[in-house]
Design a binder for this molecule. Structure first.
Ligand code: ATR
Length: 270
């Protein structure tokens, strides 16, 4: 299996650890390379990987949208999310996928097996690329309503335009106003991440039966997760999304559907 990650920067990525772990587990020979790709070098990098017979690659910041014009085929999920994070190369043609929504939903189901998303009300904080994948995933699972709030309201409006009337927008200053109604809270902003500002979110009126998910995984347990866990909420840590989004990619490249195990989680956390 010849695979890689294209992005800038990429040195901090955990993806090589994940794919190399599975290669060992399933006896697949190959390698997963980190390819730091400066602005302007995307096309040349893709051509090189095609010429060298790679099975495919992952794409991260800042190329998840920029890769789209280079893809010969784009699957419906990636089209709707508007970003590609996984490419399979078949007969020198690029097939683009987005596995982030799958990763988010699988992580949620794995961490909260008894949770039923269908017909429930969620609050999503943030309207960036990650929010698009989260919202796609929740709508696909039949969520009843999504309250969406973002500092820049125009970005939330764009998502509402793209994903439809299950989305109701809240002003960022009113983000806690539906706390008594929601059963799922998802932070998709970068707030609470190490070296970023903290997320100001008053959890006082949250129902303690709700599920709280944060896509930030550094720190592993954000202040939002710590606070809500103390109240008795079920929390879903972000690292699981990273592990689960890698599953379809490995399967596309190797033909083997790998498992997310405790051993893999421990390795990535070490
Ligand atoms: P990603 O692709 O990981 O979602 P992104 O597209 O840069 O990254 O989105 C980051 C999210 O964090 C956005 O919702 C952003 O809000 P804006 O759209 O207003 O920029 C949110 N965010 C980042 N810094 C923030 C801050 N200081 N206060 C509130 N929201 C913030």
């Amino acid at each position: 299996m010849k695979a890689a990650l294209i992005g800038h920067p990429v040195s901090q990525s955990k993806s090589p650890l994940i794919h190399q772990y599975w290669m060992e587990q399933y006896g697949v020979e190959g390698h997963y390379d980190l390819i730091d790709t400066p602005d302007g070098a995307l096309e040349e990098t893709i051509q090189r990987l095609i010429a060298q017979g790679y099975n495919g690659f992952n794409i991260t910041v800042p190329y998840k949208e920029k890769i789209i014009p280079f893809c010969d085929v784009i699957d419906d999920t990636a089209k709707k999310i508007g970003a590609v994070n996984t490419v399979q190369i078949i007969d020198k043609k690029l097939h683009g996928y987005n596995t982030d929504a799958y990763g988010f939903i699988q992580n949620l189901k794995n961490s909260a097996p008894s949770m039923v998303i269908r017909d429930k009300v969620a609050l999503v904080l943030g309207a960036g690329g990650a929010a698009r994948a989260v919202i796609y995933g929740l709508i696909n699972e039949g969520v009843e309503k999504i309250y969406l709030t973002n500092r820049t309201i125009e970005k939330a409006e764009k998502l509402q335009n793209d994903f439809g009337n299950k989305i109701e927008i809240l002003n960022w200053s009113d983000r806690e106003s539906k706390n008594q109604e929601i059963i799922l809270l998802v932070n998709t902003t970068s707030l609470g991440m190490i070296e970023k500002p903290s997320l100001e979110f008053n959890i006082d009126h949250l129902n303690d039966k709700i599920i709280v998910s944060d896509i930030v995984y550094n720190p592993l347990e954000t202040d939002l997760l710590k606070g809500t866990k103390e109240r008795g909420c079920l929390i879903v840590i972000g690292i699981g999304m990273l592990l689960h989004q890698a599953v379809p990619a490995f399967e596309l490249w190797s033909g083997i559907k790998p498992e997310v195990t405790k051993g893999l989680e421990a390795l990535v956390l070490s």
